[in-house]
Design a protein around this ligand. Structure first.
Ligand code: ARG
Ligand code: ZN
Ligand code: CA
Length: 342
């Protein structure tokens, strides 16, 4: 990814920072031996190796990190530079959420919320990345099914109350944009982005091998509205070429960040974890689909391997929890659909 966009208006790209954590090798190397893979619904094989982040990839320094006085990574930093949403950054996001919710008090806002979705397809002039309209519709369908609880097995399903409606598709064939979205991302987004804080802008493009996607957080909107949105590797759309990650749950996961969720392994085994009560603690990201994994044995519950906010294979991911649903609604009310609505 090279130099990441930043400067005065840099927002946090959660996937970027978190991807870089996986890249450190801490994730893969300190994982316990994977247990037997669960039987998977679509016959993909599981692996404990982290498939997301290419070596040498630089997540840059985000605004929250600067505010917290935390060094996230230097340009060109080695793969072992400590990078994640730090506990301090997470706490700061939480504080901004709590502050914003104070001014929402008394406001009756209840789901369902229908989120307009503008998809911006960045492709190469030779046609690479030119995902079809059908794939885009399929991605929106996956979002609707996931946020409605349709992938759940048994009773774990939660209808989060969020619904998604495709509002526009733009197509840009530009080799420079496609080859280096990171470099041109600010220009691309300020040129293409539509709507206010309530509109989900999705950019599909080529991302460095291994990187599936990234997102801004709702708290970032006010400081940098142009950058708000989600970036997804074009081959991670439903039916794309990204093995194990072509069922559309990169979209599900990134939109979770866009609606304010942290990874289930945020803060590892330490309170407050991911700031969600009904997701068990988890020391590090899961990969593949490990069964019975329990990386915080001193804490109740096994790892939330099948949660959409983990790093498991698409076929392994089945649900959000009630607590996550509530947290997304809180963020929506505080930053996107409440007084923030344009
Ligand atoms: N690593 C990326 C992130 O942190 C995306 C992970 C998506 N996982 C998946 N199974 N599609 O945002
Ligand atoms: Zn993520
Ligand atoms: Ca939790």
């Amino acid at each position: 990814m090279g130099r990441s966009p930043r400067g005065g208006s840099a927002a946090t790209w959660s996937g970027l920072a978190l991807c870089a954590l996986a890249m450190t090798g801490l994730v893969a190397s300190s994982l316990p031996e994977p247990d037997q893979p669960e039987p998977q619904r679509s016959g993909v094989t599981s692996s404990a190796a982290d498939p997301y982040c290419p070596p040498g990839w630089d997540p840059g320094v985000d605004s929250a990190a600067r505010a917290a006085g935390t060094r996230v990574s230097d340009p060109g930093a080695q793969a072992d530079a400590g990078v994640e949403i730090t506990p301090e950054q997470a706490a700061e996001y939480e504080e901004r959420l709590r502050d914003a919710l104070v001014s929402q008090r008394g406001r009756e806002l209840a789901p369902p919320y229908t989120v307009p979705v503008a998809v911006h397809v960045i492709s190469a002039t030779d046609g690479r990345g030119a995902v079809s309209d059908q794939q885009i519709r399929d991605q929106v369908d996956v979002l609707n099914r996931a946020y409605q609880g349709d992938y759940a097995l048994g009773s774990e399903g939660t209808d989060t109350g969020f619904r998604f409606e495709l509002s526009d598709v733009t197509r840009s064939a530009d080799d420079a944009w496609f080859d280096d979205f990171n470099r041109h991302g600010d220009a691309i987004r300020s040129q293409l982005r539509q709507g206010g804080p309530e509109t989900l802008n999705v950019y599909t493009t080529e991302l460095d091998s291994g990187l599936l996607g990234y997102s801004t957080f709702p708290q970032d909107y006010q400081d940098d509205p142009d950058r708000d949105g989600v970036v997804i590797a074009y081959d991670a759309l439903p039916g794309g070429g990204r093995e194990r990650f072509n069922e559309g749950h990169t979209g599900t996961h990134e939109v979770g960040h866009w609606l304010g969720l942290f990874h289930t392994f945020q803060n590892g085994c330490q309170p407050p974890g991911d700031y969600v009560d009904d997701t068990p603690y988890e020391r590090e990201a899961a990969a593949g689909c490990p069964k019975g994994r329990d990386t915080c044995p001193e804490r109740p519950g096994r790892d939330p391997v099948t949660n959409f906010m983990n790093y498991s294979d698409d076929a392994c991911m089945t649900h959000f929890t009630q607590g996550q649903a509530r947290r997304m609604v809180e963020h929506w009310n505080a930053f996107r659909g409440g007084s923030a609505r344009v």
